[in-house]
Design a protein around this ligand. Sequence first.
Ligand code: NDP
Length: 256
Amino acid sequence: MAASPFDLSGKVAVVTGGNGGIGLGMARGLAAAGAAIVIVGRNAAKSRDAAAALTRDGGRAIALTADVTSRTETAQMVKDAVAALGRLDILVNNAGINIRKPPQSVAVEDWQQVIDTNLTSALLCTQAAYPVMKAGGGGKIINIGSMLSIFGASFAPAYAASKGGIVQLTKSLACAWAPDNIQANAVLPGWIDTELTQAARQQVDGLHDRVLARTPAGRWGAPGDLAGIAVFLASRASDFITGTAIAVDGGYSVSG
Ligand code: NDP
């Protein structure tokens, strides 16, 4: 029987923000498909625990500590990943934060922190990964957007700007690096139950019920709901797909 088009055996994936939430959900999917995983975050103990959990489940995983807003730390992280696992085929730019304030109250420091963490980080990590992927014959970049890549939100102007930007960055990476056999795509998760959205539900009145009412699937998403799209976009099954933004949202974005 021919090998599965979704098989990731022999591939190495870096997942930023992979120590919890959506990042860990995607890392689990990639590991189950055969990829070795590099979990990246600032919290070293949390990253080590996540890597240990993947290893216990039969995968191969290591943890590296880096702040994705730092050019030096992201460059070192990619060097260390390649030194430890020999190559780099898949980069998931998932690390992200939100600072919830209306536009009139957003300090420029808040703005900068959200843009640096959610958008500039993706540029820094892809710049570090590009020469390695190119030398290895190709690669897959998966950038995590949001419903706020499409919609606005009164409480999240910087976040929405960062997530709109991630979609446009993805298109540019796709155009620039297609000749190098590197595909870049964005994933737009709907409302997923994680630490990030537990905080959102505490801060934004009525959010939990509004999301439920608008989501045709009738539930909030779980981190595991992102595993399939991660495997698909990391595998040769998606080799002719680049520059797209795919919603994984239980129908939220198509519901009137
Ligand atoms: P979590 O808060 O659970 O996870 C965020 C992750 O990002 C953590 O692993 C954190 O690790 C890491 N991180 C944050 N800042 C940095 C930094 N400066 N350097 C390195 N790592 C960092 O959130 P989610 O899992 O919910 O979110 C993951 C991504 O998905 C984000 O980009 C978010 O915007 C996006 N998203 C989430 C949705 C949801 O409903 N949950 C919906 C749409 C998009 P550490 O603290 O160790 O650094």
